[in-house]
Ligand binder design. Structure first.
Ligand SMILES: C[S@@+](CC[C@H](N)C(=O)[O-])C[C@H]1O[C@@H](n2cnc3c(N)ncnc32)[C@H](O)[C@@H]1O
Length: 304
């Protein structure tokens, strides 16, 4: 099974992408699963990895951000035309990068066109989607790079579209609506927005996710015996980011090493960064791969 990430394409760069965690997460997909459901899809790194590894071949991607799902619609149904539009934009920026970026950003804020969002994600700082209070995309361009080369973009979009397939279900609703429709033959991967990012709650595109409500939703999945995995908290050294999920959910908890600070190592401190994965103890008579990775287990991730 594909444990490496470097040969799995990415549809678009995205802050918070679980691309590096994906090879570990897909090991927990039970054999009974027919469909992978991502209520907080973003760049859907886990679905893409599962599609390439062949774990499942049916997908449901959902994200509350409408423009992002419109971009997915184009990726799945018209990747070549989207790649051509990206190439047009990418080539037009030369010699006037800053002004061109600003123009694309302002056009996107009026038209919400998917190719403009793709260009912005490829060009902006940390591939981060940021909106101001008026609901306008306001992230700045990264001056050190020009965005993915059009040829690479075309190949990636086509490969991702082929791997996921045209039957992929795409929606843009609140995650709770997706969970209400999930069934026992699904595997749900939940990756809610990073908890440390407060503030922008009044944002018109991205709703906040309330912790207690989220826990109730997980209880409901558990009661309905729907297998799921959650990426929620993490830590660097002893510093924990975000809430831990409560014990009563009785989930497997694995920590995945995703980074090591060379700076801290030089100063004699251990600054390893781990991300947590929680997995439901779903009934699986065949036994899940990685089942021995119970509470507190550590998985070393292969660096691509
Ligand atoms: C951490 S990102 C997911 C990243 C994704 N796993 C990937 O690999 O790119 C969280 C996503 O949740 C979406 N989101 C925020 N609130 C939501 C809600 N209430 N319902 C559905 N999606 C939501 C955001 O738009 C964002 O794309």
């Amino acid at each position: 099974m594909g444990l490496r990430t470097h040969n799995v394409p990415q549809a678009f760069p995205y802050q918070g992408s679980k691309r590096r965690l994906a090879p570990v997460i897909i090991k927990y997909i039970p054999e009974s699963a027919r469909r992978l459901v991502e209520p907080f899809a973003g760049s859907a790194a886990v679905s893409v990895a599962a599609a390439f590894a062949g774990n499942v071949n049916e997908f449901w991607l959902n994200d509350a951000h409408r423009a992002l799902m419109a971009l997915w619609q184009r990726i799945i149904h018209d990747p070549d035309e989207l790649a051509a539009a990206y190439m047009g934009l990418w080539q037009s920026q030369h010699g006037r990068e800053r002004d061109f970026y600003n123009q694309v950003r302002s056009d996107f804020n009026t038209s919400q066109k998917p190719e403009l969002l793709l260009f912005l994600l490829a060009r902006c700082v940390k591939a981060a989607i940021r909106y101001n209070r008026r609901g306008e995309f306001n992230n700045s361009p990264d001056h050190r790079r020009k965005g993915m080369m059009p040829g690479t973009m075309k190949d990636s979009l086509r490969l991702v579209a082929e791997a996921l397939g045209s039957e992929t279900k795409l929606t843009s609703v609140d995650y709770k609506k997706v969970l209400a429709e999930a069934t026992v033959t699904d595997f749900v991967f939940l990756d809610p927005p990073y908890q440390g990012v407060g503030g922008g709650r009044d944002n018109r595109y991205i709703s906040g996710v309330d912790f207690d409500e989220f826990v109730c939703e997980l209880e409901s999945l558990k009661e309905r015996e729907i297998p799921f995995a959650v990426s929620y908290d993490g830590r660097t050294g002893d510093k924990v980011h975000g809430h831990k999920l409560p014990d009563h959910l009785n989930l497997y908890h694995a920590e995945v090493l995703v980074g090591r600070s060379t700076q801290a190592t030089l100063l004699g401190r251990s600054e390893e960064t781990f991300e947590s994965i929680y997995v439901s103890r779903h009934p699986d008579p065949t036994g899940m791969p990685g089942r021995q990775s119970v509470k507190g287990a550590r998985e070393e991730l292969l660096f691509a």
